[in-house]
Write a protein that binds this ligand. Structure first.
Ligand code: AMP
Ligand code: ZN
Length: 135
């Protein structure tokens, strides 16, 4: 299913031009227009899913193998030193385009890409509460 007015539906369908690195029946992989580092790319399914909460299991299962193939090739091409895969779900988590996408962000020794968080401390109360509720 496509969603009217969704920019990534239009990019994935080729209705809006993009810097496409790879395409198959299920996905288009493009360079991000606002890259965190040189070579930052996005895996975009051709079907519309809002995010990981919504994506079909069969489609989701194809994403990690594709990411692996892409970062192996991109590492050769870019000469980068590592990679982050980032995938944001909902606004509070930084999602700005509400069509599933996986970021592949090349990392270079000494770069200033600001991905990370301040580490907290797992409290016994949180640990016990979560373990209990997950049963
Ligand atoms: P997120 O914040 O996880 O929803 O990421 C959205 C990403 O899409 C950002 O990194 C944007 O730079 C990127 N982006 C938005 N519009 C376009 C576009 N037309 N072509 C390529 N990348 C885009
Ligand atoms: Zn869409």
């Amino acid at each position: 299913m496509k969603e009217k007015d969704c920019i990534f539906c239009k990019i994935a369908a080729g209705e809006i031009p993009s810097a496409t690195l790879y395409e198959d029946g299920d996905f288009r992989v493009i360079l991000d227009l606002g890259p965190a580092s040189k070579g930052h790319a996005l895996i975009i399914p051709k079907e519309h899913y809002r995010n990981l909460y919504d994506i079909d299991d069969e489609k989701a299962a194809k994403i990690l193998p594709l990411a692996k193939k892409m970062i192996n090739k991109m590492t050769e091409v870019l000469g980068c030193d590592g990679y982050n895969l980032v995938q944001n779900n909902e606004e509070c988590a930084g999602q700005t385009v509400f069509h599933f996408h996986m970021h592949m962000i090349p990392r270079y020794k000494g770069d200033n890409v600001g991905l990370g968080w301040h580490m907290g401390k797992l409290t016994d109360a949180d640990k016990n509460e979560i373990l209990e509720k997950m049963k």
